[in-house]
Design a binder for this molecule. Sequence first.
Ligand code: AMP
Ligand code: MG
Length: 457
Amino acid sequence: MLDFASLGADFFAEITTQPLENTFLIHKNQALKSQLQLDLDDKSLLKIAAGEQKFAGTQPLASIYAGHQFGHFVPQLGDGRCCLIGQAQGQELSLKGAGQTPFSRGADGRAVLRSSIREYLCSAAMNGLGIATTQALSLVGSSTQVYREQIETGAIVLRTAPSHIRFGHFELFAARGQVAQIKQLADFIIKNYYPDCQGKNRYVDFLNEVTKRTALMISHWQAQGFTHGVMNTDNMSILALTLDYGPFGFMETYNPGLVCNHSDHEGRYAFDQQPGVALWNLARLADSLASLIDAKQAKSVLEKYQNYLVKYYSKLMRQKFGLMEKSDDDNLLIGDFLQLLLQHKKDYSNSLRQLSEPEKLDSNADFATWLKRYQSRLEQEKNANRITLMKQINPKFILRNYLAETAIRKAENDKNYAEIGVLFDLLSSPFDEHLGFENYTFEPPDWAKNLQLSCSS
Ligand code: AMP
Ligand code: MG
């Protein structure tokens, strides 16, 4: 039974999944499977994960939502290729790529292997980094041909999250003037996912909590160099989970203006725009809650976003630099280091990881001067575990584009899926040393320097 189904027919359409041909299980997340207490062997898991069999007799459904895409309001979107198939241990199970729904808007309802591998691996990477995200339980391949810029094959990711509700769900009902449904949806979310917001000012408290959690998620993205790529309001989770992996990217060479979505010509969703975009998106959510929250109150909640963001982001950055004691010049010290990375085209994650082994840092005079300042600042630090703690927040392994691309090419060209398992293990515990896998920390080889990602998936 899906809790979401209790909302009733205004919120979704019941659907029938359309299985792919010759499906096979490429990989599964064993830890997640145990956590969900799914007592299924691989054969039974495949049937469910491929949409060939219902999960515990549950009727699959596609939910309806709207959204602002690249700044423009689209009055009706919805799960065009996703569907909820069930619930286990309080987590919704959702299939991505299991066929058309009433909300497919003429598209095929499919997801290709390439983008499914990327989503599968990035969910594991984000979870490994401790960033709130939907998770991926399994990756299923098939022989079904799917047409994008070229012929590819269809795949299905089984995603899990406590809820897949987006800001866009509220926007749909707001645009239609359906205030009863807005209230119903807000009450449902508060009761199930924000139980601490059930007091007198429940809707204001709820907006405040979403704002706070969104600021926390964005702070993690910024601290770990993650660019989402398509921060449309229909991709913003009401639980502030990283949701809908498309043309995302981890920053390699430090570049705050990084745009990882080749189709984003204006750089609307560039790395350094993300904090501002999230606030803009929260304002669209607040707009759609206008029937429940007084405009002045909504405004004062949104005004807190900046404070939350600065608080969380500085805390994470201080941890990354191992600066536990407070000192006035810390922001300058951190800012100057980032400036050096920019100037000398250095790898963001590797450089930060090297802070715990400064002898590995660039020996260039600029870095040497900075390092002297840093080392004298470190004399104020008292925690004997500083280096260990720094290594627990500066990852050794990130999902570099060329690593994903290598796994994709092996899968597509040679039907060799082993690389996916290797990356899954490294990315699931990205702070561990994984001795012998140093080559997975290398900066991109020449062939991968200009890899381009589009929305096509
Ligand atoms: P996305 O860019 O993946 O977040 O998708 C935006 C909207 O388009 C959502 O409503 C998706 O469900 C829908 N969509 C994307 N790709 C497909 C597809 N191949 N078939 C049907 N709907 C799709
Ligand atoms: Mg989406």
